[in-house]
Design a protein around this ligand. Structure first.
Ligand code: UD1
Length: 359
């Protein structure tokens, strides 16, 4: 079978890597298309290298733009690639603009689409990713869910049960595979940082970083929390573009650094006293690692990280943030276990299903 994978933005890379590997082990022909939604070396190339993903067979180099521009560019550049390459199936990942754009192209020209990380819902349509999730799942022919809430959401939206497969979390496959390597590099990182303990911060959601009246109070709270515990803040290009000056004005315990590679970030996550984030994937990774995660969002499309894991939704309640921050510093950890099938074998299950069904 010929399977074409579409990746575009940073969180896609660690999801596609294990599926590509599992399909390669079963002898399938594979084509990798990089849309170029993320294009900086630190947002893209280092992940290909670090995760051992082969170079893309096709690079669309779409770059940035408004949602409509970016989605439309991906569609118009991707369509001829699918027509020329004639895959039996296209796999799309997660919820970024590249995901929905590729799914829409395939649905229109009758190429089968598989969606990896299907069924997640924040129920918040002001989030661009929620729109991408809803549309992609309606269009996909085969849907792979990371958790059973995904199956329930899809059933409620009228998606036929026989198209849906609960396989577990492919991002955790990558984490489990690379954790020993992250442990290996940690002593070097620790020496470079010369910090005994620290917290880790990431912020990039438009709802948090685009508006001054929201981002600046958030930064002030982080600045004050960093007096109790140094905070390492790998800054996403979206956040840096707007706030580089304000970041420089923070106290020196806020260490704003360039985006990190996968191994470096994983090593820091594992050894953090606490993680403060608005990322989706990091909520999952901290759940696996048992590290307290304080999420600066009102909702999450990953509710298993709340019920099983270490995640707490903070929204913009700074008192709540301080309370949970102090709790994390006191060493109290409330880990309730791992969600089912977060066992490092999700991509094997996906590859088996694709192989057995011949789709
Ligand atoms: C995208 C995804 C988001 C994901 C995030 C991870 C969508 C709708 N959003 O958000 O779900 O969590 O990636 O990073 O697909 N930029 C660069 N260099 C790059 C990429 C982006 O400088 O390599 C800048 C561009 O100016 C761009 C901005 O960052 O306008 C935002 O990039 P974009 O891909 O539009 O969205 P993200 O915020 O990265």
């Amino acid at each position: 079978m010929k399977v074409l994978h579409v990746v575009g933005a940073r969180p896609n890379f660690m999801k596609a890597a294990p599926v590509y590997r599992a399909l390669a082990n079963r002898g399938h022909e594979q084509i990798l298309v990089h849309t170029g939604q993320h294009y900086d070396t630190l947002m893209s190339d280092v992940f290909f290298k670090g995760l051992g993903i082969p170079d893309p067979d096709e690079s669309l180099n779409v770059g940035s733009g408004s949602h409509a521009q970016q989605t439309a560019s991906i569609m118009s550049l991707f369509e001829p690639v699918v027509l020329a390459r004639k895959p039996d199936m296209v796999l799309v990942y997660g919820d970024v603009n590249s995901t929905v754009a590729a799914a829409l192209v395939c649905a229109k020209i009758g190429v089968r689409v598989g969606h990896v990380e299907s069924g997640l819902r924040s129920f918040d349509r002001s989030m661009p990713e929620e729109i991408n999730r809803l549309v992609t799942d309606q269009l996909a022919d085969i849907l792979f869910t990371p958790s059973t809430d995904g199956d329930e959401n899809l059933a409620r939206e009228g998606i036929a049960r026989e198209k849906v497969f609960f396989v577990g979390n492919v991002m955790i496959d990558t984490l489990i595979r690379f954790l020993p390597k992250a442990d290996e590099i940690y002593p070097r990182l620790k020496a470079e940082l010369s910090l005994e303990s620290f917290g880790l911060v990431t912020l990039h959601r438009p709802s948090n970083v685009d508006d001054e009246s929201i981002f600046l109070p958030m930064l002030r709270v982080l600045d004050s929390l960093s007096e109790k515990l140094p905070l390492i803040f790998p800054v996403h290009p979206r956040t840096l573009q707007k706030w580089s000056k304000q970041l420089q004005q923070c106290n020196s315990n806020i260490r704003a650094v360039d985006p990190l590679g996968y191994l470096e970030f994983l090593a820091l996550q594992k050894n953090s006293a606490v993680v403060i984030t608005d990322s989706g994937g990091i909520q999952e990774e901290t759940t696996y690692l048992g590290v307290p995660c304080l999420t600066l969002r009102e909702n999450t499309e990953r509710p298993v990280t709340l019920t099983f894991g270490t995640n707490v939704l903070i929204g913009r309640d700074w008192e709540l943030l301080r309370k949970h921050f102090d709790r994390a510093l006191s060493g109290r950890r409330e880990h309730k276990g791992l969600p089912p099938l977060w066992d490092g074998k999700a991509s094997e299950r996906i590859a088996d299903i694709i192989t057995q069904r011949g789709i």
